[in-house]
Design a protein. Sequence first.
Length: 120
Amino acid sequence: MLDLKLFGDSEAMARIATRLDALAGTAKVRVVDATRPGKAVVRADVGHDSVDDVLDELERLTVPASDVSLARVELVGRLAGRMAGTRLAWADVLGVAATNARVVGQYLVFMAVCRRHRVL
């Protein structure tokens, strides 16, 4: 999942949030007043397969690229409906281990390619 964040004029952000909420692959769209008067922040969860559609829509709505940010969010677990215990901690440990394993694998592939092309 990606966390979309937009910043701009309150009225424009309200219109953009309404449009984003109607797009497939977006969830939890919200508008929050910023500290600056007349400004607001739009936040939304965006599915990986919907990012291109969302960015295309923001371009159609003439949102300046400098006011848009996307951050990858790694979901560790959900606490709703169960007691928080060690399961959540183990889910985080396994997530970090999986990330580190991918990095090692990518490094080994990189080294093999470099060696084949006599870079190293």
